[in-house]
Design a protein around this ligand. Structure first.
Ligand SMILES: Cc1ncc(COP(=O)(O)O)c(C=O)c1O
Length: 340
């Protein structure tokens, strides 16, 4: 190896990905702003080193566990993840001298599974079709793995307060500063609830009138819970939009800071992704497409004014969903699978 190359690699060793988490850009979307006759901004979380917003809670949960002595050097961080938290965890864990074991659902995109393996994670594919408390689910398997393996720690993003804290302490203040305090609406997809709860709490503390709106797939129970404070008597199959939608109420969701939750279907989300790509050239992630689809579907409920400042949080990038969102046949294939 030439000495020049060696120096470059030596320097690289000092570059830790975790030092680059956060401080992601926000940009005005002229296309959506013109359609809805308001000011729409997008917080682009795919600029994080692990290419998703979930790097933030991953770092907070890891640092918290190490600080509290829940794991010793060389141990294994365990998580149930649709892929993004898992990737953030595995990336940071590896850098800090830990291993990662990630349980993903069989509906997880192939791109995400390959990415997890590329940062050294051990991946186990599970079946979440009977909910996250079922014996075969990611959540159950992760919990039992951590219970049965010494020096392993289940970060448990659904019930870990560091998940909300990461967004309260980093995502929200960043947006506030970038928007110079001019925010009237914040819209995010809900999975664990960490993003909307952390950002929602920060914004409501600044100004109670800021509207905090969530997005979930049809079949998810969170909007019902927000309006009735009970779970629905009848469950319908949840439409699989990666990263969002739940059949239980996650501990990381604090509904005190959420004003409304909209539901959107799988096909509406896919069409929104493709339309947005055709017009703007941007490939958006699945749950980001669900937000764009929500704007279109619920246009009459939004009542945006030209003076509003609406922030949409895009957690990841469309390159993670090429096969699911952008391949030629993905809409036609899905149509034949869904029983409406
Ligand atoms: C792509 C994507 N969108 C949205 C979310 C939901 O974010 P939160 O878990 O903070 O509610 C996740 C969570 O994993 C995600 O991976």
């Amino acid at each position: 190896m030439s000495s020049k190359r060696y120096i470059l690699n030596k320097k690289r060793k000092n570059i830790l990905t975790r030092n680059f988490i956060g401080n992601t850009p926000i940009r005005r979307c002229d296309y959506l702003s013109s359609i809805y006759n308001t000011n729409i901004f997008i917080k682009e979380e795919f600029h994080n080193p692990g290419m998703s917003s979930k790097d933030r809670p991953a770092l907070f949960m890891i640092e918290d566990a190490i600080r509290k002595g829940k794991i010793k050097p060389g141990g294994t961080f365990v998580e149930a993840s649709s892929g993004n938290t898992g990737y953030g965890l595995a990336m940071i864990a590896k850098e800090m001298g830990y291993a990662a074991k990630i349980f993903v659902s069989k509906s997880c995109s192939l791109e995400k599974i390959e990415m997890l393996k590329s940062v050294g994670a051990k991946v186990e594919i599970c079946d979440n079709s009977n909910g996250l408390h079922d014996f075969y689910s990611t959540q159950f398997k992760a919990q039992s793995y951590a219970a049965n393996n010494l020096n392993s720690y289940f970060t448990n993003q659904y019930y870990n307060s560091s998940n909300i804290k990461a967004h309260y302490r980093t995502t929200a203040p960043e947006i506030w500063e970038q928007m110079k305090g001019k925010v009237t609406h914040f819209i995010a997809g809900i999975g664990t609830g960490g993003t909307i709860s952390g950002v929602g709490r920060f914004f409501k503390e600044k100004n109670r009138n800021i509207k905090i709106w969530g997005v979930e797939p049809v079949g998810s129970v969170l909007s019902h819970f927000l309006s009735h404070r009970t779970l629905p008597e009848e469950y319908i199959t949840i439409e699989p939009i990666e990263g969002i939608g739940r059949t239980f109420i996650p501990g990381a969701l604090d509904i005190n800071y959420v004003d409304k939750i909209f539901q959107i279907g799988l096909l509406d989300s896919k069409s929104a992704a493709q339309e947005y790509k055709n017009i703007t050239g941007f490939l958006v992630g699945f749950s980001s497409a669900a937000i764009i689809g929500t704007l279109k579907k619920h246009i009459n409920d939004l009542a945006f004014r030209p003076t509003d400042y609406v922030v949409l949080l895009f957690p990841d990038h469309g390159s993670r969903y090429l096969s699911k969102l952008y391949s030629k046949n993905c809409i036609a294939n899905e149509k034949s699978k869904i029983i409406c």
